[in-house]
Write a new protein. Structure first.
Ligand SMILES: Nc1ncnc2c1ncn2[C@@H]1O[C@H](COP(=O)(O)OP(=O)(O)OP(=O)(O)O)[C@@H](O)[C@H]1O
Length: 166
């Protein structure tokens, strides 16, 4: 049981590392929060929710694997190497493919005019929620571009402060 908990802790540490150090990971998370929040305005079936969850999880998992490959390449090939470039480019390509697929899935699922009408109706009837949405958007942008500073201190890395650019 203890070793199982330890495994969860290591996995969680890896996920937190990605959130703290990878801007793209933070973008995926923010998009996921927006998608699930707005999905309440659309008449989605359980199967559509399942497809949406699978698509989002695939993008996030691809980003985590991409980060693992980037870190591994940086360890094994700190200087320029054509093979290192191929490894990093193909890993990034995997994220791109899953993200493009998720956009396609979202287009299929959210292509329902009644959903957009109910979003418009909701904000017309609750104008104060526009302020909440605005504040959330500002916080989301800070989270994406500044990163969760407090979390950075929790996740211990061996990097020097300026070693990572994001
Ligand atoms: N050691 C290396 N040898 C050759 N090319 C490299 C090397 N490191 C990085 N590159 C090239 O620079 C690109 C960006 O690499 P970098 O490590 O900065 O990824 P990144 O910008 O952090 O990626 P992401 O946005 O997915 O996190 C790679 O896709 C690759 O083409």
């Amino acid at each position: 049981m203890r070793s199982l908990l330890r495994s969860f802790r290591f996995a969680l540490r890896g996920i937190l590392f990605c959130i703290c150090n990878e801007r793209n990971m933070r973008i995926h998370l923010v998009v996921a929060v927006y998608v699930f929040t707005l999905s309440h305005f659309f008449p989605l079936s359980n199967v559509e929710y399942a497809v949406l969850i699978i698509s989002i999880v695939m993008v996030i998992a691809a980003e985590i694997i991409n980060t693992a490959i980037e870190e591994f390449v940086d360890i094994s090939s700190p200087s320029f190497d054509p093979l290192a470039r191929i490894a990093k480019d193909t890993a990034a390509g995997a994220v791109f493919v899953t993200a493009a697929g998720a956009v396609g899935v979202a287009l299929c699922i959210f292509w329902k005019p009644e959903g957009f009408c109910s979003i418009g109706r909701y904000f017309t009837e609750n104008p104060s929620m526009l302020i909440v949405a605005g504040v959330f958007t500002v916080l989301a942008l800070i989270f994406i571009f500044a990163g969760p500073n407090r979390m950075r201190t929790v996740v211990k890395t061996n990097r020097k402060p300026n070693e990572h650019k994001k």
